[in-house]
Design a protein around this ligand. Structure first.
Ligand code: NAP
Length: 243
């Protein structure tokens, strides 16, 4: 039987496993989706040799960057973002890395936003930035230790005008860090703001609760998560047709 799967660490419960196994059952696709919970990325090669029927992999934290050294090719988007969350097993035996987090995010944001602040500077933040670039939305990265061209939290708070969008692309607020919140000056947040948290567990983080209290529009990361899975399947399905 054809296999797909997810590599990551601490995979106690996986949205992807439920999503794909349910899809395979519903659509009568003869495939199964497996979880590869590995302590270090060094075990990547063993997974491949133990599972010759693998046709695609998802990659999650903390391996989205580290996995890149095992791949033969990268899509232009994965190369631009510098992180891979989907691996395609091509018909000519190559491993091609893709990033569908940016597609997942892009399909869930309004087309017109004055300016966006992306809190965090990891792989998810870069995927969000690519979506803004494709949509022509002006954005700034916000970091605890900003590099040239980035803002610190104090500078972001000083620039928090109306009608801007704030994205939490840090792990603050994610289970089990549910009491944590990015350093936003909520006294400046009002109903003209759109506050988006990439976290989906819990469904409403402390960041979203505080923003909602001030009347801001809010959104969690669930729709993005579903969106990236749908695009991953399109990549694997297209690849299967070339075999
Ligand atoms: P990451 O690389 O571990 O961290 C992202 C950034 O967060 C870091 O670069 C850091 O930026 C900042 N950060 C880390 N710890 C912090 C702290 N204690 N206080 C303030 N800032 C901190 O994570 P990632 O892989 O980019 O993912 C970020 C979030 O997005 C996670 O919660 C993840 O679950 C979520 N995500 C969701 C989806 C989805 O489909 N919904 C997809 C991908 C990721 P600085 O050092 O520059 O401050």
């Amino acid at each position: 039987m054809v296999e797909y799967g997810l590599i990551g660490r601490g995979l106690s419960h996986s949205f992807s496993a439920d999503f794909f196994n349910e899809k395979f059952r519903r659509e009568g696709i003869e495939a199964r989706y497996l979880l590869f919970d590995i302590p270090t990325i060094d075990q990547f090669s063993t997974i491949l040799s133990d599972h010759p029927s693998l046709r695609g992999l998802n990659v999650t934290s903390p391996y989205k960057r580290e996995v890149m050294r095992y791949l033969d090719e990268l899509s232009p988007e994965a190369a631009a973002i510098g992180a891979v969350n989907v691996i395609e097993f091509t018909a000519d035996g190559k491993l091609r890395g893709h990033n569908t987090d940016w597609d997942g995010f892009c399909s869930t944001i309004p087309g017109v936003t004055k300016r966006a602040f992306i809190m965090g500077t990891g792989g998810a933040a870069s995927a969000v930035a690519l979506a803004f670039e494709k949509k022509g939305i002006d954005y700034s990265f916000v970091s605890r230790t900003p590099e040239k061209g980035q803002l610190n939290y104090e500078e972001m708070n000083a620039q928090l005008e109306d009608e801007t969008m704030l994205i939490n692309a840090t792990p603050l607020g994610m289970y089990p860090l549910t009491d944590m919140i990015p350093d936003v000056d909520f006294s400046k947040i009002n109903r003209s703001h759109f506050c988006y948290d990439l976290i989906y567990n819990p469904a409403e983080t402390k960041f979203l609760k505080e923003a909602a209290k001030r009347g801001a529009r809010t959104k969690n990361g669930l729709e993005m998560l579903k969106g990236q899975a749908v695009v991953a399947w399109k990549i694997w399905e297209r690849s299967a047709k070339t075999r």
